[in-house]
Design a binder for this molecule. Structure first.
Ligand code: FES
Ligand code: FE
Length: 373
């Protein structure tokens, strides 16, 4: 579809209750976040056997760790004895076992029950049967993705497929070697807004000219308001006076080896439903993970990833980090300004989508289908 073929009639958004009603949020947790692949942690956050992070996925706390062989493992963070939360900390490290602080049941790094006081007097306890509840795990792009569904959807079709559809082929993302990049900076944003406002904002660029002066300077075509994400394979080109993807358009750091000449001086944005935004620029990659916590609260963890040597040599990353940190704050401020409006009678029937935002209607169709399923 070209810009001249955009639909003439305006489309309506979701009604306000979709952004405020705890029942809608509960349905989203059950039918979206607990069913789909969820990008949980950066692999380097659990660099060694026994290192762990706990993250919220839907209604569950999930414990993500590495076993003795170095393979990622993920479990529901619940002791099988009486249901105590197994790990209370957000992150940490154990030597060989996770030990419950209530009655001291201990589980190895593969989730098997390996010790329990007086277990010899309870021969009927099957140590595998009463091991931790494992969830599906995949590592891709250097991130650990988990899925809580009994049968996980195809990772190839859903996660990798989203990149393929957006960029035209999977090689266009794999060339960046994201799994080998190093986290140069991580910022965690606690956003008082529904996760869908954040996704909708990320998908459109109608707001760019108003709230993102620095981004529009670097990517002048964003002033037109058309979302680069809609056009398959399109990357927004840097302005002629721009040297790098930095807050003032000055030069960035060394480009990532292996990217294609066509990817130089361009910015690509990909939405991987339901909770990942991926941004590709020549010298770094920015990956956002959303953790929806309530109908009106979403934590966003954003990683700036660079070639290892760029971080190891202590290169100045401040100007490249500052660009998207500003963009994030500008976006999240806008989302927080909309959140109270979702509960207003003025928005009971929803709002409208102007033509340049019409692909957001596709997101709404997808959401309705998931919730009905
Ligand atoms: Fe964990 Fe009893 S609840 S050992
Ligand atoms: Fe924005």
């Amino acid at each position: 579809m070209t810009m001249t073929e955009l639909p003439a009639s305006l489309l309506r958004t979701l009604p306000g209750t979709y952004y405020t009603d705890p029942a809608v949020f509960a349905a989203e947790q059950e039918r979206i976040f607990e069913q789909m692949w969820f990008c949980a942690v950066r692999g380097s956050d659990i660099a060694t056997p026994g290192a762990f992070r706990t993250v919220r996925v839907g209604r569950e706390s999930v414990l993500v760790t590495r076993n003795a062989a170095g393979a990622a493992r993920a479990f529901l963070n619940i002791c099988r004895h009486r249901g105590a939360q197994l790990c209370a900390d957000d992150s940490g490290s154990v030597r060989r076992t996770f030990r419950c602080t209530y009655h001291a049941w201990a589980y190895d790094l593969d989730g098997k029950l390996v010790a329990a006081p007086n277990l010899v007097k309870m021969p009927d306890i099957d140590r595998v049967e009463y091991g931790l509840n494992a969830v599906h795990v995949r590592e891709w792009l250097g991130y650990v993705w988990v899925c809580l569904a009994a049968t996980a959807p195809s990772f190839t079709e859903t996660v990798q497929g989203a990149c393929e559809q957006r960029l035209g082929d999977l090689a266009s993302v794999e060339r960046y070697g994201i799994e080998n990049l190093t986290v140069g900076r991580r910022i965690r944003y606690d956003v008082r807004a529904n996760w869908k406002l954040i996704i909708e904002n990320f998908m459109e660029c109608y707001h760019c000219a108003t709230i993102h002066p620095e981004l529009v300077h670097v990517l002048p075509e964003f002033a037109g308001g058309y979302a680069a994400q809609y056009y398959v394979g399109h990357g927004a080109e840097f302005g002629p006076d721009v040297e790098g993807f930095t807050v003032d358009g000055s030069a960035g750091t060394a480009p990532i080896a292996g990217i294609d000449a066509s990817q130089d001086r361009r910015y690509y944005a990909v939405t991987i439903r339901p909770q990942v935004f991926l941004n590709l620029v020549p010298d770094h990659v920015i990956l956002h993970r959303m953790y929806p916590l309530a109908a009106d609260r979403t934590v966003v963890e954003c990683d700036w990833l660079y070639p290892h040597e760029v971080v190891a040599e202590g290169r100045d990353l401040s100007r490249s980090v500052e660009l998207f940190d500003r963009v994030n704050r500008q976006d999240f401020d806008a989302c927080e300004r909309c959140q109270p409006g979702m509960a207003s009678r003025a928005y009971a029937g929803g709002g409208v989508l102007v033509p340049s935002e019409h692909h957001i209607a596709g997101f709404h169709d997808w959401l309705r289908t998931r919730l009905a399923g």
